[in-house]
Write a protein that binds this ligand. Sequence first.
Ligand SMILES: Cc1cc2nc3c(=O)[nH]c(=O)nc-3n(C[C@H](O)[C@H](O)[C@H](O)COP(=O)(O)O)c2cc1C
Length: 184
Amino acid sequence: MEGKTLVVYFTRLGNSDFAPDVDAVSSASLMRDGERLIGNSELIAATIARATSGALFAVQTQDKYPSSYNETVAWANEEFRGTRLVALSGEQPSVSEYDRVFVVFPIWWGKLPMAMRLYCQQQDWSKARLYCIVTHGGSREGQCISELEQITGVPVLDHMPIYDKDCTQSRQAIETWLTRIAES
Ligand SMILES: Cc1cc2nc3c(=O)[nH]c(=O)nc-3n(C[C@H](O)[C@H](O)[C@H](O)COP(=O)(O)O)c2cc1C
């Protein structure tokens, strides 16, 4: 692909305090890459970055989510209800410096996770060509695409849901999707 590509992702892992010996195999959204644990959305984002020679950026929260899945679900619900505030950590790349931006995240409660919503709200999307992949546990993209368009004010030019259990076998589907984008 010509021009500069940015791949921005949010994943539960990397935003949670997991014990180093956590059993990755028994948890639907944890995978091991050698010694390192990686989340579904990170795996997808890294695949896109590799295929497009794009820059890869992880949206990180200041407060870490609980390592327990159920506690994270409850925590995220509090974020959506506004009883728990989210703050991002570190410096964020400006989407205005890129020709094309891929946004990758897990659907949470049918919506964009608050951290990803916050990142998107802080950016100037006016010149961005925006693409999106939502990883999910069965509800596909829910309201995420319309929500993303509302937040950014630009259309999502192409998008694809990936079921969480398919993430590790999704490279071919992603490459086919990227070829479609490159030819459009
Ligand atoms: C807080 C929370 C809320 C979730 N809500 C949904 C949902 O509404 N619909 C769904 O299909 N999956 C839901 N899931 C499952 C994740 O979207 C799915 O497992 C995703 O691939 C995890 O990606 P990650 O490993 O990058 O965090 C939820 C998971 C969490 C932790």
